[in-house]
Every structure is written in C-alpha cells, then in structure tokens.
Design a binder for this molecule. Sequence first.
Ligand code: FDA
Length: 308
Amino acid sequence: MPVLRSAFIALSRNRSLRKFAEHSSIGGKLSSRFVAGLEIEDALRVCAQVNQQGMHVTLDSLGESVSTAEEAHRAADIYHQLLDQIAARKLDSNISVKLTQMGLALDPVIAETIATSLAQHAHATGNFLRIDMEDSPVTQVTLDIVRRINAQPELRGSTGIVIQSYLYRSQADIEQLIADGIRVRLCKGAYKEPAEVAFPKKSDVDANYSKLANMLLQSPIYHGLATHDENMIAAAKSFVAQRNIDRSHFEFQMLFGVRRDLQRKLIAEGFNVRVYIPFGREWYPYFMRRLAERPANVFFIAKQLFRQ
Ligand code: FDA
C-alpha cells in the first residue's frame, strides 16, 4: 500500500483531528466537495439536483460503529425519515446503510432487527435498501444478515449487498448471491486488509474486478458496478456490447464529487448512473478515505478552499 494512502487511512482514525475537523467551519468547507451537507434537508436538496441531471441516487447518512443501542436506533431513525421523504418528494433514490452504524459490533441481533425494519419500510415505499460492506471481520455476518432478509418471501429483492474485488473470497460469494437472486454492488474495497484475506497488488484487485463484473453482467439480476476506474468501465462496456446485454440491465455507480465528467459522459451514452451521496455530521472518516484513494485530491480541495 503506498505510503500516502496508509497515512490518510491512519489519519482517518485520528480522534482529535476528527473532533477538530467536524466542529470547525473550515472542515465544513473542505468536506463539501464529497459530502452533501450536515442535515437531511441538505441531502434531499442535492439528491433532487443530481436527479435533474438524469442520475439515480443512493443516500448515505454518515457514521460508523456506534457504542449504544440507542445510538443505533437514532441512526436508523434518520434512514426511516429519508425513506418517507424520498417517497413524499418523489425522488429517485435508495438508501445505503452500514451495519456497524446499526449496532453490529454491539450485538448482531440489534443490527439485523434494524436492517429488517428498514427493508420492510423500503419495500412498503417501493424503495430498496443497500447494505454497504465494511472491513473483513464483518464480511460473513453482513452476508448472513442480507441473505436472511431476502429469504423472507415478502422481503425478497428488497435488500442488496456490496462485494469487494480485493477479497479472495468474493468470487465464491458472488456465485452464491447470484444463485440467491440478491442484487450486488461491486467495488474494489476501501479498507486496509491483510494479505491473508485480500490481494495486496492493485493489478490483481483490478483483474478480479473485471472478472467479477462479467459474472454479474451475465446474471439475470440488476447489479451495480461501483468504480471511477476508466479501465474497469471500458471493460464492462465492451463486455456488454459483445454479449448484446442491454444497457438498462445494470448501472454504474460513483461517489458524489468524484469524476463528475465521467458520470455525465456515461449518462450521455445512455447508461444508468447512480451517485452515492453521503451527508451528516460524522463526515471525517469518509472524507479521509476519499483522500486516501487519491492523495492528489488534497491539492484540489485546498485550491477550492482558497477560492472561497
Ligand atoms: P481506483 O481507486 O483504482 O481509482 C481509479 C481512478 O478513479 C483513479 O485513478 C482516479 O482517477 C479516480 N478516483 C478514484 N477515487 C477517487 C477519488 N476519491 N477522488 C478522485 N478521483 C478518484 N468500498 C467499500 O469497501 N465498501 C462499500 O460499501 C463501498 N461502497 C461504494 C459505493 C460507491 C458508489 C463507490 C463508487 C465506491 C464504494 N466503495 C466502497 C469504495 C471503493 O471500494 C473504492 O475504494 C473507490 O471506489 C475507489 O476505487 P475505484 O474503483 O474508483 O478505482
């Protein structure tokens, strides 16, 4: 892992810097490139703007591991409000949820109960719940929870998952998920993982991404390919062209504020694009992970700050 990437991942866990950043006005300005704002209303406003550009959205209320059941329920409540508001305002957005924010580390039963109630609410409002994937200690429990939700006949199809191409296990997981009819978002993976579980070399992560993307594209289920990597996107485009797979059969997904040029280009070419829009007061770890992915963003963001 390059030094800068490791440094940003380490900074993403620094508590004092986080406290300072999340409470300062400079922090708010810095984060605005990647985060819609602090409140639900900010997220809904930005969602409407992105919808107007012809793109679907998924909303993420930022926050990671919680330390009490009450905090988990408060975090869930924001998502319930979002589902109601998305329906009331006829927005084109689903929701992306992290199970540690729903209490997974405290007690998996709390997280599963909350996720099930969000799936029920999503289903009742004609919406969809995406469970984000976190680091490898929780991969199996996350898969188990998503599978159990989809195994309930009334919730079948209500809930999707994320698979990371850096993990060795992902091919087997995708085979099983396709057999179960569960929608997948494929990404490369954003956490620092040991070589026992994940490919250390980027070229292997990329090769696996394309291989897994092709498996998803050939399956009868609607999946999402989450990446800003033009090589991955070009490979997927040529695969669907060769196999005569319709463009409406899948979507590309990208993060808010990242490669907006590419997002617009794909829309103009007739592909489905979904933008992942995060919001909320706990933006710091998310923001630092985006810098870790591309340290050059630091200069880009600094430039923006001085322009204001
Ligand atoms: P890669 O990192 O190889 O970057 C390829 C190119 O994309 C770069 O050269 C650059 O041009 C551009 N790029 C990438 N990141 C950028 C950035 N931050 N700023 C500017 N340009 C950038 N991860 C996870 O572990 N669990 C999850 O649930 C999710 N969910 C998720 C949803 C969506 C919609 C997206 C797009 C991504 C995720 N991720 C994720 C993150 C994912 O695992 C990965 O860390 C990032 O997408 C970066 O990987 P790329 O595929 O973009 O390629």
